[in-house]
Design a protein around this ligand. Structure first.
Ligand code: FAD
Length: 278
């Protein structure tokens, strides 16, 4: 049985960052990630806020992110735009950079630090004893560690198996997020209706004089507030009708999921604020 001081379940942003921090501190750490590679279906979060860039700068890797993204004033509080350009920091801005790129760059750094990432393997469970934990893997093998850390997302198997509660109130808002191809050009940007916020923006864009200029073609990121809180299940293609319905604002013509297989539509509850808030 292979041993590590720490095994991290999940190689998303949290697991990658923790692994790098532990490796820098001289701790023997390994990641188990169920995805076959670091590739993400969909682009997820849209960037980094100032404080995150500062932390990455403390580790000497901020430039890797800055060189691939676009800086802008993105900070908001309750919908109010905050200009932080006079803040006493080297990074008085946010960075527009999709999460799939953020993860790729983080994984590259983790690789340089020689942290093993076991891709395509799931943590199925664990058994704890007085000296550590046996981590059961989907390939029938197991790992031995002093600590197992659950960085396996919001529906964490590790958290549930450890009996750690996830207290909170029921959601009051439900949003659908999708990457689609659209037959007609919608009105770009963030809109508000009686049902809440909705927005359209092409995934590819440039920031020119502090403003977003969308590419002429390519997939469109869509966000719609649902009229009612929906079930916490994967949305289906039937949802495309709702995306083009009046409560999404203008009727926008037919919508088809874009790009890769494994539909990039997602249901999010509750929803972070609008896309330009990273
Ligand atoms: C569609 C969508 C849009 C989003 N948009 C935004 C946004 O605009 N702004 C924003 O700030 N955030 C956004 N988020 C949230 C953001 O993506 C998450 O906050 C972030 O990914 C959390 O990172 P994490 O590493 O904690 O978890 P995750 O990214 O969920 O990573 C968990 C990892 O664990 C792996 N895993 C799960 N179970 C196991 C297991 N049993 N064994 C091994 N591996 C396992 C998964 O494959 C995954 O790689 C969005 C999320 C989604 C889904």
């Amino acid at each position: 049985m292979t041993e590590h001081a720490v095994v991290i379940a999940g190689g998303g942003p949290t697991g990658l960052m923790l692994a790098a921090e532990l490796a820098l501190a001289g701790v023997d750490v390994a990641i188990v990630e169920r995805r076959a590679s670091q590739e993400l279906v969909g682009s997820r979060a849209g960037g980094l806020h100032s404080r995150t860039i500062e932390v990455l700068d403390q580790r000497g890797i901020a430039d890797r992110f800055l060189s691939e993204g676009q800086t802008a004033q993105v900070a908001r509080f309750a919908g109010t735009r905050l200009d932080i350009s006079d803040f006493p920091t080297r990074h008085n801005y946010g960075l527009g950079l999709w999460q799939n790129h953020i993860e790729r760059i983080l994984a590259g750094w983790v690789g340089e630090l020689a942290v093993p990432i076991f891709h395509g393997i799931e943590v199925n469970g664990f058994a704890q004893d007085d000296t550590g934990v046996d981590v059961a893997l989907s390939n029938g093998r197991s790992l031995r560690a002093q600590y197992l850390v659950g960085c396996d997302g919001g529906r964490s198997l590790i958290r549930k198996a450890a009996g750690i509660a996830f207290p909170g109130s029921d959601p009051t808002t439900s949003n659908l997020i999708a990457e689609v191809e659209m037959a007609e050009t919608p009105e770009w940007g963030i809109h508000h209706s009686a049902f809440g916020v909705h927005s359209f923006g092409r995934k590819e864009y440039q920031i020119v004089d502090g403003k977003i200029v969308y590419a002429d073609r390519g997939p469109v990121g869509v966000l719609v507030t649902e009229q009612h809180v929906g079930p916490a299940t994967e949305p289906t293609l039937a949802i495309s009708a709702r995306l083009s319905s009046p409560h999404a604002g203008r009727t926008t013509g037919s919508i088809a999921p874009s790009g890769s297989p494994g539909s990039p539509m997602q249901r999010g509850r509750p929803r972070p604020t609008a896309r330009d808030g990273c």
